[in-house]
Design a protein. Sequence first.
Length: 313
Amino acid sequence: MRSSSPVLLPAKKLPPEYTNEDDVGEEDAIAAKHDDILEEVDQGNFKDLGETGGRERFESKWGEYLRHADKDQNTLLHTIMNNGPSGNANKRATKKRYRKLLMLYLIRNYPALLSLSNNNEETAIEMAIRRVEFHAEYTEEMVESASAKCILKLLQGGTSLHILIEKVPRVVQFVLDKYKEAQAETKELDRKPFQRPDSDGNTPLHIAAKYSSSKEGLKEQASLVKCLIHLCKDALHHYNKQNLSPYLYRQTTLTEVDTKPTSPAIIKPVPKRDEEDAKEQKEICMSLKYWSMRYFYDRPDMIKKALFTSRSR
């Protein structure tokens, strides 16, 4: 049975049940308790956390500390994301499986933890995304459990959307839907997250448009490109540090096709799957090209700017 969760609060303003006041002990005592919890979980003492008996046993022993933040305002979720399991590959894989059970337990029973920021103004979700190469599975689960307000905060700063598009594309459509839901009451959608450049000057649309030789998720990529275009058409004419728009960026990332003649004796029919892939690849290019041209039609004032930019390349 889920325990009730408090109202989501702004960063660094924790509700009473999430504080680290004197009734819990010294300031660093909470951090020590969090480490003790992870140690027991890593040892497999709560591998039955997905069952009723295991949840009751875990809550009875550690429930008092699950709602508390340490002196740096790190919750137990922050601690999980910040400290990877130790040991050889097999041990790390086992510990990671046990930690995933703990993470799922926390986000399902204490969902407010997802929206709490530490002293670095970083939520556990942001920490997971920043270290997504280690926490791809955690990231997916946490993002899909986040509220619309939590997603709104996630996209208000940084380049989390860029990283999700590149590393965990499966959750991006969910994120975009939640973002629109969070701003449903506003007159106009805040489009800044879709124009925000990363360190290379790439917007989320640049990242989504990038050519990939992988055949997985091509249909989703095509849908995502279209969605980002409709959310913010201005991103079509944001140029990165290479002076490339999303369309031109895709063109430069296309792999060169081997045009060497093939002997008739070894010519093979093109598999249907490859034809479908080619269709999706073409659709991505055409979407970018069409809307780039349509943008100029609707915004003639941008033609001069674009011409100037192209000449400066």
